[in-house]
Design a protein around this ligand. Structure first.
Ligand SMILES: Cc1cc2nc3c(=O)[nH]c(=O)nc-3n(C[C@H](O)[C@H](O)[C@H](O)COP(=O)(O)OP(=O)(O)OC[C@H]3O[C@@H](n4cnc5c(N)ncnc54)[C@H](O)[C@@H]3O)c2cc1C
Length: 553
């Protein structure tokens, strides 16, 4: 009989325990959980604060009694693992039953991570919160009910911070997000982060980016920013990142990896042959870059828990790494991503191409079409897909899940261009946005319609031989805002106005999204203009690029 001990009883740990029982009826399975709850829905916590989830009990997926009844697993809550004696294969614990040693034959660490709480002045005040556990949510919910705060500042514009900003708005609070990076959702590329920021503002959230927090002033109920500004804050929520919980592993001498997570092999075995690990505490292979990274998300944690349990009980299941596929709801909008961003791909030293599509999520003639922004990042010259990001009000996560599957299968733009995806007008277009984005990339790589990004254009305009920018939008669009110095000829007049376009300059053509400029580019190329590039993502992407000077007439 194998004695399997699991430390941590939420995503990775609870999954591992349930899987272990399905594999081995005879195993003695024990879960140690420091907190008062096992297997709770931490991803659901923001939605309980926002009251999308109305019943607190819905967050509690299992109880120790339920685990025992269904799986024959002994769950010891309020019990902390204090010390790992690897040589003796035992763990020292402290809990309601006192302090003592628990022996094991196989150990799984699924201890997750801890939210980072920056040591700023005032950050320990009673109206300052984090959101990580059920006790955290209870404390915050009680504060909202009893103190009835009018204003909230969310420090950190990542996934949890933005979910909480929405929750606070839903509870009627004046809400501000403060983000140190130039945009919220800093894990995404700039144009997507800008779109998310605008959506927050459209829903009444004040967004302050590019500046950090200096102090929390409890008495005057404000926070002070690094630039001296003060923002009303009856309540402050920190959501600035997660660090892996490695105290136990480190003191036991288990090896850590280059990204600072616990090192595991493809069987999720640590440097100790009797210890496996899963979830936020481990580092895994990023499937696209091949680099070791930490991807603290629930999907990978659950799948890793399943694999770690299998291998801890003598099985042979391999973990191939993660893509970091993620999605977040921003009021009525959705932002999602998979694989490498353009920034990450460039940092990895890859020769990168980018295709940005702004397109209705289904046939424009069918009621309810919503504009979707889809960005593909691919490798030059072979078109291997490296990553994708999307933002919009419908159809976002569907495209990202398709592209995550494509990434998993190491597909290229040529594969994506031919993907046979489901179509009827209420759902998509005959060419799905995934197909269309791939066409843009194919046209770039083949030279049929070479593209340039807004950031690259900004750099070239500041260089020694700046290209001439040709704006082919309508007069009305041009009047509402345009790039300073751009030549303006609407696409429908271009064939008759070619004489206005200098033949001795490199050209960059743009419209609002990139489609009409693609038509213009083809007219120009077939009229003998040798070097013309299409601005991918068009004016919408230009608006997110700080290096470009846009002006209104
Ligand atoms: C508010 C919130 C929203 C989120 N939303 C999403 C989402 O929408 N999508 C998504 O993919 N991910 C989301 N996540 C992240 C996701 O919840 C985590 O990636 C996932 O829970 C990690 O699982 P884990 O098992 O590694 O760690 P956890 O689920 O954090 O569990 C680790 C457990 O180990 C226990 N523990 C640690 N040390 C000890 C010890 N020494 N002794 C005993 N017990 C110990 C801890 O108390 C903890 O309960 C969210 C997280 C939070 C907090």
């Amino acid at each position: 009989m194998t004695r399997l001990l699991i430390i941590g009883g939420v995503a990775g740990g609870a999954t591992a325990a349930a899987r272990a029982r399905r594999l081995d009826e005879a195993a003695e399975i024990t879960v140690l959980e420091r907190g008062p709850y096992v297997s709770y829905a931490n991803c659901g916590l923001p939605y309980y604060i926002g009251r999308d989830i109305r019943q607190r009990s819905a967050l509690l997926l299992q109880t120790p009694e339920g685990f025992d009844a269904r799986y024959g697993v002994k769950v010891r809550v309020n019990t902390e693992a204090l010390e790992l004696d690897r040589a003796g294969r035992r763990v020292r614990v402290r809990g309601p039953e006192g302090e003592g040693w628990v022996p094991y034959d196989a150990l799984i660490l699924a201890q997750g991570g801890l939210p980072i709480m920056p040591p700023l002045p005032g950050a320990d005040a009673p109206h300052v919160f984090r959101l990580w556990t059920v006790p955290d949510v209870d404390r915050l919910d009680a504060f909202l009910a009893e103190r009835k705060p009018a204003s909230a500042v969310v420090v950190g514009g990542g996934f949890i911070g933005l979910e909480m900003a929405e929750a606070f708005r839903q509870r009627g609070l004046q809400t501000t997000v403060v983000e140190l990076l130039p945009t919220v959702m800093g894990v995404m590329d700039r144009e997507l982060g800008v779109a998310v920021g605008r959506e927050l503002e459209a829903n009444g959230v004040q967004v302050i980016t590019g500046v950090g927090l200096k102090a929390v002033h409890a008495a005057e109920r404000t926070v002070e920013l690094a630039d001296g500004r003060r923002v009303p804050a009856d309540l402050v929520l920190f959501s600035v990142g997660v660090r892996p919980e490695l105290t136990l592993a480190r003191s036991a001498g288990l090896e850590l990896g280059p990204s600072g997570g616990l090192q595991v092999d493809e069987h999720l075995r640590t440097s100790d042959p009797h210890v496996w690990a899963a979830g936020d505490m481990v580092e895994v292979v990023q499937r696209v870059s091949g680099r070791k990274v930490r991807i603290p998300l629930a999907g990978p944690a659950n799948r890793q828990g399943r694999i770690a349990a299998t291998n801890a009980l003598g099985g042979d299941m391999r973990y191939g790494g993660a893509l970091g596929t993620s999605v977040v709801k921003i009021f009525e909008a959705t932002a999602a991503m998979t694989g490498l961003t353009e920034r990450a791909a460039r940092e990895a030293g890859l020769d990168v191409g980018v295709a940005v599509l702004h397109k209705d999520h289904h046939a424009g003639y069918y009621p309810g079409a919503k504009e979707l922004t889809l960005k593909l990042v691919y490798r030059r010259p072979d078109g291997l897909l490296l990553g994708a990001q999307a933002f919009g009000h419908a159809g976002v996560e569907k495209r990202i899940d398709v592209l995550a599957t494509a990434l998993h299968g190491r597909m290229t733009l040529d594969d994506l261009a031919q993907l046979d995806l489901a179509y009827a007008p209420p759902y998509s277009s005959a060419n799905d946005p995934v197909n269309l984005a791939a066409f843009i990339g194919q046209n770039d790589l083949s030279g049929f319609s070479p593209s340039i990004t807004a950031a690259a254009l900004a750099a070239e305009l500041g260089g020694p031989t700046p290209p001439l920018v040709l704006d082919v939008r309508t007069l009305g669009e041009h009047g509402k805002g345009h790039l300073r110095g751009a030549l303006h000829i609407p696409v429908d007049e271009l064939r008759w106005e070619l004489g206005q376009v200098p033949r001795d300059r490199r050209l960059v053509v743009h419209c609002r999204t990139g489609f009409r400029s693609h038509l213009a580019l083809r007219i120009l190329r077939q009229s003998g203009f040798p070097e013309v590039r299409n601005l991918t993502g068009g004016y919408l992407s230009m608006q997110a690029e700080p290096g470009l000077t846009l002006e209104v007439e």
